[in-house]
Design a protein around this ligand. Structure first.
Ligand SMILES: [Zn+2]
Length: 580
């Protein structure tokens, strides 16, 4: 292969245990003789990624990826062969003698891009301490970023010159073509120029700690974009990296949770203050690949965003992505005007940890941001809210988890959101299996009847509010009818004899189902109210749909008065008022 001898490659391979290496990127679980994990190369819910310590091989039965420790590092870290060998050698403490990969003989463009980034880092760090770096140094001072921190994170500066890096790199044997492939320079008709100019530079590393890209912060106020990033290259896609994860992944694993912040300086401040289970999403949007990357190290995430509108939006969008990867998310919003960086600097790490301890679940977060109860909202606001929450709920793949989350939403909002969601039939079936064969709806009806059987005196009142037709299950309908009839005839509820005599399978099944319902304590009046409300809501849902159709028809005919009357009725029903 020319650059590294076969003997050296063999030595590196032998000194790198596949379980140990892969285990530093993926959460491995021991199963029998082998290890399994959720595959890092494709999206899945059950682990089909296998690692064999005996054969020193990995294989995924889901997507077919497989190989040895070297191929894993190449595929996972998007490294060329030479870069992968160098990385593993570093790890194992082996010194490799090789020629510069910038040589034209270098086999892989990825290796050359990696090398270009390394040289660029040298240039940026050197420039920060040079005379032109004074403005950057002053900015860092104003943000209370010490020189020790600059050193630890290799923060640099790029002078406002068209070809500073191009000249520096060419002295190291890197051509402008390679620099452009690395996203560090741009090609114009009459030549090349530096991509980053006059900016503070933050190097971005992949999981193995290699610099793969940069983020440049503008130092002039009038600059159109505050931050620009290296464009996508063969080794870097902005949406799939998490800044700082290479430094914090072990802390995150150990503490079994991660704190997500938006900004590079937020990350740096928290990390330097001793909060090490942190990671940075580099901007507002949290992408699906970032979520699956993070889910490999923990399934507990707290998002810590600014207390402004942008922070609110970012939190909103992160939640769906993380929940869809099976990660539990709590949301922590800072007081308005604060960001994690300013907060930790003015109040300290302990105070921030205390603040984070008060993070809330998504439904609680929604309730807080709305600031009033659901029934005080307008129709439009309420519809929007149901859509937003429904959108998040529908991202949750696991049916049991989905149900628990939905229950939580309903409890917090006192609103039967599940009846407004489109459950796809396959998931519904799964859920029904979990609950012992009957649908949610039938369960609900049986629960209600069981409750009613215990508080017979309420029948008169309930029969006024809930029509027999509300029950979708034939067995439940018959039992409900029988209850009403018994009560109006006897003034009390005595189903004993009727129950014993009954052979209709629909009824015996319903009664058995009712009997299975276990109440933790004697049902309080409140629980009863909840069920009545719930049934009323379902009843109203059908009614509302009809009224909506009527409104549309009235508007088509130009009958504004009728439409407005219908609209009022619609609102009244939605607010939980009379249905007629
Ligand atoms: Zn796979």
């Amino acid at each position: 292969m020319g650059m590294i001898s076969d003997a050296q490659i063999e030595k590196v391979r032998e000194s790198s245990d596949i379980v140990e290496v892969i285990g530093s990127f993926v959460k491995l679980m021991k199963r029998g003789h082998n290890y399994v994990a959720l595959c890092p190369f494709h999206s899945e819910d059950t682990p089909s990624f296998n690692v064999s310590p005996d054969k020193q091989f990995y294989h995924c039965f889901g997507c077919g990826q497989g190989g040895n420790v070297i191929t894993f590092v190449m595929n996972h870290e998007k490294m060329g062969f030479v870069e992968a060998i160098r990385y593993l050698a570093d790890r194992a403490g082996i010194v490799i003698k090789e020629k510069s990969p910038a040589d034209s003989a270098a086999p892989d463009v990825k290796d050359r891009i990696c090398y270009a980034n390394k040289i660029a880092l040298e240039y940026f760090v050197k420039s920060l301490s040079g005379t032109s770096g004074i403005k950057a140094v002053n900015y860092l001072k104003s943000r209370k970023i010490t020189s020790a921190v600059c050193k630890e994170f290799s923060i640099g500066y790029t002078p406002d010159k068209p070809d500073g890096l191009i000249r520096f790199a060419s002295e190291k044997g890197i051509s402008p073509e390679v620099l452009t492939a690395a996203g560090l320079s741009s090609k114009f008709d009459n030549g090349y120029c530096d991509f980053f100019r006059g900016r503070l530079m933050f190097p971005i590393s992949n999981l193995s700690g290699r610099v793969v890209a940069f983020a440049g912060r503008a130092l002039r106020e009038q600059e159109p974009s505050k931050y620009i990033n290296t464009p996508d290259t063969p080794i870097y896609h902005k949406g799939s990296q998490l800044f700082g994860l290479n430094l914090t992944k072990d802390h995150i694993k150990r503490q079994k949770r991660a704190l997500v912040v938006e900004g590079y300086t937020d990350f740096i401040s928290l990390y330097s203050s001793g909060i090490k289970y942190v990671v940075c999403s580099s901007g507002t949007a949290f992408t699906s690949s970032q979520a699956s990357l993070l889910s490999r190290f923990t399934d507990n995430v707290v998002t810590l965003f600014d207390g402004d509108a942008a922070g609110l939006n970012a939190a909103e969008r992160s939640v769906g992505e993380l929940l869809s990867k099976g990660v539990e998310v709590l949301i922590c919003l800072l007081p308005e005007g604060e960001d994690p960086d300013s907060f930790v600097k003015s109040k300290g790490a302990e105070e921030l940890e205390n603040f984070v301890a008060n993070a809330v679940s998504y439904p609680q977060f929604k309730k807080m941001t709305i600031g009033k109860s659901l029934r005080q909202l307008s129709v439009m606001e309420r519809e929007k809210l149901v859509q937003e929450i429904g959108g998040v709920i529908n991202r949750i793949g696991d049916p049991l988890r989905k149900k628990l989350f939905t229950d939580q939403v309903e409890a917090i909002f006192d609103f039967p959101i599940s009846s407004f969601l489109n459950t796809n039939p396959k998931e519904k079936r799964k859920l029904e299996e979990l609950e012992g064969g009957v649908s949610n709806r039938v369960m609900l009806e049986r629960e209600f009847l069981s409750l009613l059987a215990q508080s017979g005196s309420r029948i008169a009142e309930v029969s006024q509010a809930i029509a027999v037709e509300c029950f979708t299950d034939p067995g439940c309908r018959i039992v409900y009818e029988k209850m009403i009839e018994e009560y109006s005839r006897l003034g009390s509820l005595e189903l004993g004899k009727w129950i014993k005599m009954n052979v209709d399978p629909r009824i015996t099944e319903t009664l058995a189902g009712m009997d299975k319902v276990r109440w933790a304590m004697m049902p309080a009046a409140e629980i009863f109210e909840d069920y009545v409300k719930r049934f009323r809501n379902d009843q109203n849902k059908t009614l509302l749909r009809d009224i909506k159709d009527e409104i549309v028809a009235a508007e088509k005919q130009g009958d504004a008065l009728k439409a407005s009357d219908l609209q009022k009725r619609y609102l009244r029903i939605l607010a939980g008022g009379a249905s007629r």
